[in-house]
Design a protein around this ligand. Structure first.
Ligand code: LGS
Length: 451
């Protein structure tokens, strides 16, 4: 009997989309009265990014936004996840609103809606106004009020048109990369600062959700990156290291936002005396009702005990694993595992996969305008299948955003890694959909039956 293609379809209303972030695609960071962000400053500090790459031009999306929306429409995208740049809207971080910055996002949203594409707006994708960093940034408790003020400006301007809001993108990366290991802006390396930045990020998240409930009428959530941890061996040391790594990366932020507490490993095993006690009212602010969670998934980690600071755990490279250009193992089963884990631990909240994708070497654009990227296509196919498995196991998955719509600026790695389903020629800014984009269009058109 022929297989019923409907059986392979995703749920009705499943949102098929693609994601980007302001600093990675927009360029023109100081245009129309914007202020600098910590990423403008960091990338212009010698030695901080591969090849000294900056976001000064990036994909020139600030000027090409209309064509980019037309491109999304031509691919049949139903949703687009993007972030707004805080320092375009509030050049000093607080106070004076720069109307021209706000207008840019207002026009973008109108154009998306005109093409039938649902916007998912992320308030913070790592580009803190430099003016606020000068006042202590995420280390200053006032940042919760600053962030709620910024959110409120956007809620008032756009909530009639934007129905899905995200407070923070990947707070774990903000603190681990920005305050502990220094690979990302603002480039600090302090075990003592990291818990404070973590806690203020979560207070800011809570304050922004609270402000949303007063102004907004739709949905708001939090996006985290999670990565399942599997023990390398069953030794007590590896098992303990795995538990530690899992608490640090996977439970830290979701436990705070949804359960109103941090996992005890943070104080007892990882940060020790550097982890302060926090007031009850802070936890009350952090734990707000969320309408959905967003999960960014790229890889897993097979974990062993090491002497790494301060986690004392590290990933073991897998002999039989396949790896992407960023050195991350391709492991789709991990996505199913962690979606089921999140459902069981946090109560099956509506969930979006807000990022998933891979950097692979891409051949040059062929004469007939094709970019053959079979590895990326395979990656997306396997991960979408893993999502379908999680749906079959009862997880409430509402949508999928591929990372990324365009090749773009991969933070400290500069332009050296290409994640796009659309190729960008950085010399001419020409966009060329790769084979993976054509494949994805077909998946969208058939609600997943063609996967
Ligand atoms: O471009 C970023 C993508 C690419 O890979 C995006 O802006 C971020 O939101 C997100 O963090 N992204 C990303 N994450 C992959 C993290 C994998 C971590 C593996 C660490 C192994 C050492």
């Amino acid at each position: 009997m022929a297989a019923n293609p409907n059986a392979r379809r995703f749920p009705e209303g499943f949102l098929w989309g693609a994601a980007t972030a302001a600093h990675q695609i927009e360029g023109s960071p100081m245009a129309d009265g914007a202020g600098p962000s910590i990423w403008t400053r960091f990338a212009h500090t010698p030695g901080m990014t591969v090849n000294g790459d900056t976001g000064d031009v990036a994909c020139d999306h600030y000027n090409r936004w209309k064509d980019d929306v037309a491109l999304m429409a031509s691919l049949g995208l139903k949703a687009y996840r993007f972030s707004t740049s805080w320092s375009r809207i509030l050049p000093d971080g607080t106070g004076r609103v720069n109307q021209k910055g706000l207008d840019f996002y207002s026009r973008l949203v109108d154009e998306l809606l005109d093409k039938g594409i649902e916007p998912l707006l992320t308030l913070y994708h790592w580009d803190l106004p430099a003016a606020l960093d000068d006042r202590g940034g995420w280390l200053n408790r006032d940042v919760a009020d600053w962030f709620a003020e910024y959110g409120s400006v956007l809620y008032r301007a756009l909530d009639g048109r934007v129905k899905k809001w995200v407070t923070l993108n990947e707070p774990w990366v903000v603190t681990d990369g920005g305050y502990l290991h220094g690979a990302l802006a603002p480039g600090h390396r302090s075990k003592y600062e990291t818990p404070i930045a973590t806690h203020n990020l979560m207070r800011a998240h809570g304050a922004a959700v609270k402000a949303y409930r007063e102004i907004g009428k739709h949905e708001i959530g939090l996006v985290v990156n999670i990565e399942p941890k599997y023990p390398n061996t069953q030794s007590p040391e590896d098992l303990a290291a795995t538990k530690r790594a899992h608490a640090y990366m996977n439970e830290q932020y979701l436990d705070a936002a949804l359960l109103g507490k941090y996992p005890p490993e943070l104080k007892n095993e990882i940060f020790g005396d550097a982890w302060p006690e926090w007031a009850d009212e802070d936890y009350a602010l952090i734990k707000q009702k969320l309408d959905f969670i967003g999960i960014n998934y790229y890889t897993r980690s097979v974990t062993q005990a090491t002497d790494s600071y301060p986690l004392k755990a590290g990933a073991v490279r897998q002999k039989l694993g396949t790896y992407t250009e960023t050195g991350w193992e391709v492991f789709p089963q991990g996505l199913t595992d962690l979606l089921v884990w999140a459902k069981d631990r946090y109560g099956n909240l509506p969930t979006y996969i807000t990022e998933n994708g891979a950097a692979f070497f891409d051949p040059a654009v062929a004469e007939e305008g094709r970019v053959r990227d079979p590895l990326r296509m395979g990656y997306l196919k396997k991960h979408l299948t893993a999502i379908r498995d999680a749906i079959d196991q009862g997880c409430d998955i509402r949508g999928y955003m591929v990372w990324s719509l365009l090749d773009n600026l991969e933070w400290s790695l500069g332009f050296s890694k290409r994640f796009g389903i659309v190729h960008v020629n950085y010399g001419t800014q020409e966009r060329t959909p790769k084979d993976s984009a054509r494949w994805y269009s077909k998946a969208i058109e058939t609600h997943g039956a063609s996967i």
